[in-house]
Design a protein around this ligand. Structure first.
Ligand SMILES: Cc1cc2nc3c(=O)[nH]c(=O)nc-3n(C[C@H](O)[C@H](O)[C@H](O)COP(=O)(O)O)c2cc1C
Length: 192
C-alpha cells in the first residue's frame, strides 16, 4: 500500500463545510493518511526542533504529499507558512543531507478551496490573477525542494455549494487523488 500524506491546514475544521467533506472523502482512498496540522499545533506555533523533527519524519515516510487548505487572502492560511518556515527550513537548510535530500523526488499536489468563482480567477476576472499565478510561491517552493509538482485540485464557490455540488466536489477529489497515486509510483527507499 503506497503512502499518500494529506496535510490539512484549516484554521478551524469544526466550522468547515468543504474541507471537512473533502478530507472525509480523502480518507476513503486506500493508503491515505490525513493529518490535521491545526489540531497538532492549536496555537499555530511550530518549532523547528522537536516539532520539526516529528514533521520531517512524517514527510519522509510518504510516497507523495498533498497540501490541502482553504484560500485566505489570495494565499495560504498562516499555519501553512509557519509549517514551511519551521519544517522545510529545518529539512533543507539545517539537515539538508539527512532530511531535505531524502525528500527530493516526493511528488506534491495542492488541494485548495476558494470562495470566489472560477471566472473571478480567470484572465481578466474580478480577482485579477489566476489561481496558477497565486499558487506560484508554493510551486517555486516545491521546485526548490525537488518535489515534482502535480496539477492542483481546486474547488471554487466553496461556501456556496449545494449538497449535490459538495458531493460532486468530494467525488472529484477522490478521483484526483487516485490519478495522483496512479501517476506517481511509490518511492524506492535506501535501506537504513
Ligand atoms: C479570512 C478569510 C479570507 C478569505 N480569502 C479568500 C480569498 O482570498 N479568495 C477566495 O476565493 N476565498 C477566500 N475566502 C473564502 C474561503 O476560501 C472559503 O470560505 C473556504 O475555502 C471554504 O472552505 P471551508 O468550508 O472548508 O471553510 C476567505 C475566507 C476567510 C474567512
Amino acid at each position: 500500500m503506497t503512502r499518500t500524506l494529506i496535510l490539512l491546514f484549516h484554521p478551524d475544521i469544526e466550522t468547515s463545510t468543504v474541507n471537512a467533506a473533502l478530507q472525509a472523502a480523502a480518507r476513503t482512498v486506500p493508503g491515505t493518511l490525513v493529518v490535521d496540522i491545526q489540531a497538532r499545533y492549536p496555537d499555530g506555533i511550530i518549532d523547528g526542533l522537536g516539532d520539526g523533527e516529528a514533521e520531517a519524519r512524517v514527510l519522509l515516510d510518504a510516497d507523495r504529499i498533498v497540501l490541502q487548505f482553504p484560500v485566505r487572502w489570495y494565499s495560504t492560511p498562516a499555519l501553512l507558512k509557519a509549517w514551511q518556515d519551521a519544517v522545510l527550513t529545518r529539512m533543507y537548510y539545517v539537515h539538508a543531507q539527512t532530511e531535505g535530500d531524502q525528500l527530493v523526488g516526493t511528488p506534491l499536489m495542492v488541494a485548495a478551496t476558494a470562495g470566489n468563482t472560477a471566472a473571478a480567477y480567470g484572465r481578466g476576472g474580478a480577482n485579477h490573477f489566476t489561481m496558477d499565478e497565486l499558487l506560484a510561491p508554493l510551486k517555486a517552493t516545491a521546485l526548490r525542494c525537488g518535489l515534482p509538482w502535480h496539477p492542483p485540485h481546486l474547488v471554487f464557490r466553496a461556501g456556496r455549494l449545494e449538497p449535490a455540488e459538495l458531493a460532486a466536489a468530494s467525488d472529484s477529489y477522490v478521483r484526483a487523488l487516485q490519478d495522483f497515486i496512479a501517476a506517481t509510483p511509490a518511492r524506492v527507499r535506501q535501506a537504513a
